[in-house]
Design a protein around this ligand. Structure first.
Ligand SMILES: CC(C)(COP(=O)(O)OP(=O)(O)OC[C@H]1O[C@@H](n2cnc3c(N)ncnc32)[C@H](O)[C@@H]1OP(=O)(O)O)[C@@H](O)C(=O)NCCC(=O)NCCS
Length: 186
């Protein structure tokens, strides 16, 4: 089953291999991957990643929903929104997101992740969705707070990057906390 989810301004859909240049445009940007565990990527790494992601999407039961985020008004792929099942039997998942720098601070990450959380709780019947972020990543922490997620933990010195240790926050939301309808999740 292929996925296509829609919000007011965005479409979240499965990747195709042709998406690699648009994806590489942001995963190769050092500022975009500054707080991430991969990158900056080469075109070859991005093509290989998309191949793996497309293969994982075809598996049954499906546990990876790594979706291209397309801006409807420009028909342009501007980011990635991912939901990865962690413990299927316990109905838990992690999510992640990254966007092209030209499209930051316009509410797109919040809009896309609100839609993906809604999909996780209503269609996949998840119980809990969580994400970790580097404690220096204020934009990401803010997105999760706007989504109504709770900061459950502050793990000290779990990330080794650029020659030193960094702290990490853990955020999560439970299905019953998501019950209220959200205006942007159309
Ligand atoms: C994190 C990221 C996805 C946010 O995308 P976005 O589309 O700009 O997010 P939104 O516009 O929905 O919301 C961003 C919020 O963070 C705030 N913000 C942005 N940069 C900030 C900063 N440096 N310090 C504090 N707040 C910041 C914005 O003001 C906004 O909050 P507001 O609506 O209350 O004003 C984007 O910055 C990104 O792609 N970063 C690189 C990848 C990444 O770090 N992903 C997360 C991994 S955990």
């Amino acid at each position: 089953m292929t996925i296509q989810l829609e919000t007011r301004r965005l479409i979240l859909r499965d990747y195709t291999l042709d998406d690699w240049p648009a994806v590489n445009a942001y995963t190769s940007d050092p500022q975009v991957v500054q707080y991430l565990s991969f990158g900056p990527t080469t075109p070859e790494q991005t093509r290989e990643h998309l191949q793996r992601s497309i293969a994982a999407a075809a598996k049954q039961p499906r546990s990876l929903y790594e979706l291209a985020v397309v801006l409807r008004s420009e028909q342009r792929l501007i980011g990635t929104a991912t939901l990865q099942m962690d413990h299927r039997e316990r109905r838990q998942a992690y999510f992640s997101y990254l966007f092209h720098r030209d499209y930051w601070r316009q509410g797109y990450a919040t809009e896309a992740m609100r839609c993906l959380i809604d999909f996780g709780f209503t269609q996949l019947h998840l119980h809990r969705i969580a994400d970790d972020c580097d404690a220096r990543n204020h934009a990401s922490a803010r997105v999760m707070e706007k989504l109504g997620m709770r900061r459950e933990g502050h793990r000290r010195e779990t990330i080794w990057k650029d020659g030193r240790w960094h702290d990490e926050y853990l955020y999560a939301i439970l299905t019953h906390e998501w019950a209220t309808p959200k205006p942007d999740a159309q």
